[in-house]
Design a protein around this ligand. Structure first.
Ligand SMILES: [Zn+2]
Length: 253
């Protein structure tokens, strides 16, 4: 099996010094590539460092909408320097999170806009975090010609109508552990074309069944692939093949 985990936070402090053990388990599970997503400046630096040291890993750089209020011009300048590395596959995660509102709407929108401009300048795709902000998210994207660069709606949590709007851009939907315990998401996945799905763990968060409540890790991309295969009425091998080809095309990895 050849899987790609398109969204994992291997630089997260929860992993301590266990990175090598985690990478070894991922390899055994058939996870050949991982996209290590940045969520603030230090974690973006760390993601690039891991991607430079580990061939199977690629980085993304970005500031999570929770931290949007702290975004400064200097921060975006450093992100841009990091983003120019050939080991950086995308910009993000960025977006809007109206669930927690750790930053104001205005701050989140301004940060998102700065990230979109970074995508344009660097010619790289975007990783979108959207929680309870679907309409503002779509509106914010309208103003930018980012469609040709591609993007992924990480941890997709919308309905079919939103999925259709995202797919109309030629973008992908990131499907993770939630699909192993949410009937609603399973039903949406059943109706989506496999050609628009990429798999992600979002580890250390959102561990799939039967590991719920535990620290998630990239090896469990295989568990998600097995569940998607059940939903789609096919085998995990096919799911791995198609979703990995999707991820490879999106991130050019
Ligand atoms: Zn994430």
């Amino acid at each position: 099996m050849m899987l790609i985990d398109t969204h994992v936070h291997l630089q997260h402090p929860e992993y301590g010094n266990e990175l090598h053990a985690i990478l070894a388990r991922a390899a055994i599970a058939g996870v050949e590539k991982m996209v290590v997503a940045g969520y603030d400046l230090p974690s973006s630096r760390e993601a690039v460092k891991i991607a430079e040291e580990v061939e199977a890993c690629y980085a993304t750089v970005g500031i999570h909408p929770h931290a949007a209020k702290d975004v400064s011009r200097e921060m975006m300048e450093e992100l841009e320097r990091l983003a120019s590395s050939s080991r950086v596959a995308a910009v993000g995660e960025t977006g809007l999170d109206y669930h927690y509102m750790h930053s104001s709407k205005a701050a989140q929108l301004a940060s998102l806009e700065a990230h979109l401009e970074l995508c344009e300048r660097q010619g790289k795709p975007i990783i979108i975090h959207d929680r309870e902000a679907h309409d503002d998210m779509l509106t914010a994207l309208e103003g930018f010609p980012v469609n040709r660069l591609g993007g992924v709606w990480h941890c997709f949590s919308g309905d079919l109508l939103l999925a259709e709007k995202i797919m109309a851009k030629g973008w992908y939907l990131g499907i993770g552990g939630i699909v192993t315990f949410s009937k609603e998401l399973a039903e949406i996945v059943r109706q989506l074309p496999l050609e628009r799905i990429v798999l992600e763990t979002d580890a250390p968060y959102l561990a799939p069944v039967p590991y719920r409540g535990r620290r998630n890790e990239p090896a469990w991309t295989a568990t998600i692939a097995t569940r998607v295969a059940e939903i789609k009425g096919t085998d995990a091998e096919t799911i791995a093949e198609v979703t990995s080809a999707n991820a490879a095309a999106l991130f050019r990895i």
